[in-house]
Design a protein around this ligand. Sequence first.
Ligand SMILES: [Zn+2]
Length: 142
Amino acid sequence: MDLTAALEASLTGGRRRVDRLAGGLVGGRCLQCSATAWPRRAVCHRCGSAEVAETTFAAVGELITYTTVHVPRPGLEAPYTLGQISLPDGPLVFGQVRGLSGDPALPLRVRLTLSSNASVPGPWYWFEPTELGATHETPTSS
Ligand SMILES: [Zn+2]
């Protein structure tokens, strides 16, 4: 296995993480096994290949789980919501979820939103429910 490309890869912090024009997160897709990661890795986490191509993932995914955090952090007043989002063409990503109301049925269709002002403390991306809402019918109790 030739890992020369991994030695020449930029440091993780220096890799592009977002495509503002496309409005999507930029990660990596392994050219050997198609595994995806965000941020892009120098070496595939599944097969170890150094052939990892930069790719922009879809901006709409499914919220599959979430939790409410009651401890504030710089730029985020408590309580706030963190969730795990499954991107249809990418990895599971973790991020803040805004605009949830009540106890929504999961999975819930959510869209990536990018901060337009990088100088404001707090997250530079988050997810919000789309107009379409739940991606499946909620089972009715009988
Ligand atoms: Zn791979």
